[in-house]
Design a binder for this molecule. Structure first.
Ligand code: CTP
Ligand code: CA
Length: 226
């Protein structure tokens, strides 16, 4: 208890965080997914809770279990995640899309295990719904934060995504950089708004990065007193 109590800058706020990689089923034993440990999303959820927010964590496939003391909704596919997010959206103050959502899913989901046949096989994929972009079009007072995991050119892609998805902030990280990739406990992120760079944070723990991101959001979200 030597640690100083954090100021409850998110007291009374509803914060929704998505984490993990969505799972798009091919058949009962196979699926397509993205790399995502869930750690950054979990760190954000814990930090929001420390800052006094009412937190809902919507978690797809993760390497580590979600924090046991938070409200967690488990989902599989991008479509499931969209449905879960929509259920929390109307009275949400801050929504953070840290999840790695699959961009494509199998066009058909086989009911039974697909049997091995010829030398080649083709899997037809169709686009999933872009959850962030869809929310961006319908947002009113919600403060929307997107993530952009890139391998090079992070700034350019992040700014483009922010504009395209009508986000209030985009958190970019170059996943090819040491210490900033998947599965590790550290991250090096840069935060952008529609005017450009807000803050370029040094390499730090995901917990510390989460707190810095939420500090920025708490100051900027609608009705903020700070
Ligand atoms: N996202 C989403 N729904 C999707 C795809 C992405 O909500 N179907 C969200 C992610 O959760 C993230 C942000 O959009 O917050 C950016 O995701 P990213 O994969 O970097 O962007 P894409 O627009 O999918 O572009 P690309 O993968 O081609 O870089
Ligand atoms: Ca994508």
């Amino acid at each position: 208890f030597a640690q100083q109590e954090k100021e409850k800058t998110l007291a009374g706020r509803k914060v929704v965080i998505t984490a993990g990689g969505t799972v798009e089923r091919i058949d009962p034993v196979r699926y397509i997914t993205n790399d995502s440990s869930g750690k950054m999303g979990f760190a954000l959820a814990r930090a929001a809770s420390r800052l006094g927010a009412e937190v809902t964590l919507i978690a797809a496939k993760t390497d580590v279990p979600p924090p046991p003391d938070l409200k967690v909704v488990r989902v599989q596919s991008a479509a499931d995640m969209y449905e879960a997010v929509l259920g929390e959206w109307a009275d949400c103050d801050i929504l953070i899309k840290a999840a790695a959502v699959a961009d494509y899913r199998p066009a058909e989901r086989a009911e039974t295990k697909i049997k091995k046949a010829g030398e080649r096989m083709t899997l037809e994929l169709v686009k999933t719904i872009d959850i962030l972009e869809t929310l961006g079009r319908s947002k009113t007072t919600q403060f929307l934060i997107g993530f952009a995991a890139e391998t090079g050119n992070a700034e350019e892609y992040a700014k483009d995504k922010l504009a395209r998805k009508n986000c209030d902030l985009i958190v970019a990280n170059d996943v090819a950089e040491p210490g900033a990739g998947f599965g590790v406990d550290t991250n090096r992120v840069s935060v952008y708004d529609r005017n450009g760079l807000v803050e370029s944070l040094p390499l730090m723990s995901k917990d510390d990065a989460a707190e810095r991101i939420l500090d920025i959001a708490a100051r900027r979200a609608a009705g903020a007193l700070l």
